[in-house]
Design a protein. Structure first.
Length: 259
């Protein structure tokens, strides 16, 4: 059910053109929020808009979260459409794998720039809006890789662990300002990142696609991949009145893989 408060609130979802981000954008629209989706590829964003309900309450802004100047420009464009941003979902991310001995500086820097730097830049950009409103929700889409280690993705794990640390620090810093800061930590989810991981396993091991998918899902006690809408529902709950006292938390959506 839509509420008056939801309709007047502007939610911005980074990486909103596909996968988890698109599912979050759709769920927030259904809940009654105005939604801006961002991403680097204009064509992907345009296609995503066509698939979302109620185009009058949704807009797309091209933005690279790793570029501070681009973030500032993108946020200004988003505000011009729907006003101050009081809900930020930091969803944009990338995952690359390599043994640590073959993880070069470029790969390491890319993982930090997008997965951690993007959260930093976007959160700093919207905090003035939230402070002025005396209300805000920052929701960081981290990963189970932000809570435990996984082999061959050391740079990605380092970045996502950084997101969890940033989440906890900001939650304390803004606890008296009406702003909550939380992380949602999905396990392997049915997204393009998982498709790439499956393709990588197939290429390197010669296994079939289904066997590769099963390999990724076996760490989940439910023996399946997480679905994007399950992550989106968790985000929507964190935006609502019932989660007003929830801050600094890392909520795992992974079938019991991490407890």
């Amino acid at each position: 059910m839509k509420t008056a408060s939801a309709v007047t609130r502007h939610a911005l979802v980074t990486g909103g053109g596909r996968g988890i981000g698109a599912a979050i954008a759709e769920a927030l629209l259904v809940a009654g929020y105005q939604v801006t989706i961002t991403g680097r590829d204009k064509a992907t964003l345009a296609q995503a808009l066509q698939g979302l309900p109620d185009s009058q309450r949704c807009q797309a802004v091209a933005m690279d979260v790793a570029d501070p100047a681009g973030v500032a420009q993108g946020m200004a464009e988003a505000r011009a459409g729907f006003g101050p941003v009081t809900i930020l979902v930091n969803n944009a991310g990338q995952a690359e794998s390599a043994p640590f001995a073959r993880t070069d500086t470029g790969l390491f820097d890319r993982m930090l720039a997008v997965n951690l730097g993007g959260v930093f830049h976007c959160t700093q950009a919207v905090l003035p809006d939230m402070l002025a409103a005396k209300w805000g929700r920052v929701i960081n889409i981290a990963s189970t890789a932000g809570l435990v280690g996984y082999a061959y993705v050391s740079a990605y794990c380092a970045a996502k662990h950084g997101v969890i640390g940033l989440t906890r620090s900001l939650a304390l810093e803004y606890a008296t300002k009406g702003i909550t800061v939380n992380a949602v930590c999905p396990g392997y989810t049915e997204t393009d990142i998982v498709k790439s991981a499956v393709a990588n396993i197939v290429a390197k091991t010669g296994r079939g696609e289904e066997e590769a998918r099963s390999e990724l899902a076996k760490g989940n006690p439910m023996k399946r991949l997480v679905m994007p809408h399950e992550v989106a529902d968790t985000v929507c709950w964190l935006c609502g009145a019932g989660a007003a006292s929830v801050t600094g938390q890392s909520i795992v959506v992974a079938g019991g893989e991490v407890m």
